[in-house]
Write a protein that binds this ligand. Structure first.
Ligand SMILES: [Zn+2]
Length: 346
């Protein structure tokens, strides 16, 4: 049985369990790891277990006491969860220190100073730590350096590089690994079976391949629209000559199909680029004789494509650059145009 039903992170749970038993839970943590592997769920379960009224220092939440019930409902008065609103590019300053007319009389940093109501200490979880502006990060520094007695603050981000050095140096860093293919397949199959669906082994293999260790990515590809796009994308990438205009049209099409919300569109484009990176990287492995398991669609399109190692490396680099552009909030239309034009030239 995995800790709190969270697959793949039992070792980290054991570390926290020992720390709790020894009375050595730190004041500030920074959880790091790719998206969709359970970091936020882990942070919520951890605070619930630490706050549980029935727990005996072994990090086991009873799920029955008043504290656990409120934690599960997301209404616990001592567990504060702040995240970036979807329409914003950064975490608003006011969610940390209150709006200008309420400065230091509202917000996460202020609430942490209040006396706990249910638990013996206060907890705060800051999701989307990648999106802390320098100004917001500065407001957090004092809280992270000297949390109120007993308080536990958990920041959740994707990579260390995306955190400001001032934040990094004040937190104990906990690294979460990508999930194994077996865990991805097991979780997805279980979820599907609960909905009365049963996926074939080859579909599960394909989904695990695309997911690259991320459960949220795996769930996205349960969508028929995206799996058929993947097949189409690989065919276009393996065509000689590559038709840049068509690739642009197909990419923009799948990106816009998700709706008008900019963050959703960005996520979609990131997926397209991740798929392309996987395609080029696998081709490079194959050409150098490195064994590289691939699902049927990837394998057949890769073999259909004849390209030199230099060409493949260039395509891979262009795609990695475009991927970074998405993370840097570049204009998506311009970015896709530049990417396909580069691939055409490679
Ligand atoms: Zn409890």
């Amino acid at each position: 049985m995995s800790w709190e039903g969270i697959e793949g992170h039992d070792q980290i749970a054991n570390r926290f369990s020992s720390a709790e038993a020894a009375g050595r839970i730190a004041g500030s943590y920074l959880f790091i790891g790719q998206e969709g592997i359970g970091k936020a769920t882990f942070a919520k379960s951890l605070t619930m277990a630490l706050a549980c009224e029935g727990s005996e220092n072994n990090l086991t939440a009873c799920h029955k006491c008043n504290s656990c019930i409120q934690a599960l409902a997301g209404t616990h008065p001592d567990i504060d969860i702040v995240q970036k609103p979807t329409e914003r590019t950064t975490i608003p300053l006011e969610s940390l220190i209150g709006s200008p007319d309420q400065r230091l009389r509202a917000g996460l940093c202020w609430r942490l100073l209040l006396r706990p109501q249910l638990a013996s200490r206060k907890f705060a979880i800051l999701l989307d730590a990648d999106h802390l502006s320098e100004e917001a990060a500065n407001c957090l520094l004092k809280t992270l350096e000297e949390p109120p007695p007993g308080a536990v603050v958990i920041l959740v981000g994707t990579t260390l590089e995306r955190q400001l050095p001032t934040i990094r140096s004040r937190c104990q860093v906990i690294r979460f690994s990508p999930l194994s293919d077996d865990i991805i397949k097991h979780v997805i199959q279980t979820e599907q079976q609960q909905n009365g669906q049963d996926l074939t082994d080859s579909t599960l293999d394909e989904i695990a391949r695309i997911a690259q260790g991320s459960l949220s990515k795996a769930r996205l590809f349960l969508d028929e629209e995206l799996t058929s796009f993947r097949t189409k994308l690989f065919k276009m990438l393996s065509e000689k000559p590559l038709r840049g205009v068509d690739l642009t049209r197909a990419t923009i099409g799948i990106v816009e199909a998700v709706g008008k919300e900019p963050s959703l569109r960005r996520t979609r484009l990131r997926l397209v680029l991740d798929l392309s990176i996987d395609f080029f990287r696998t081709k490079l492995h194959v050409i150098h004789g490195i064994p590289c398991p691939a699902d049927a669609i990837l394998e057949s399109t890769i073999h259909a494509w004849s390209a030199s190692p230099e060409e493949i490396t260039q395509c891979l680099e262009y795609s990695l650059d475009a991927r970074q552009g998405v993370d840097r909030n570049a204009n998506l239309g311009i970015l896709v145009d530049a990417w396909t034009a580069n691939l055409e030239r490679a």
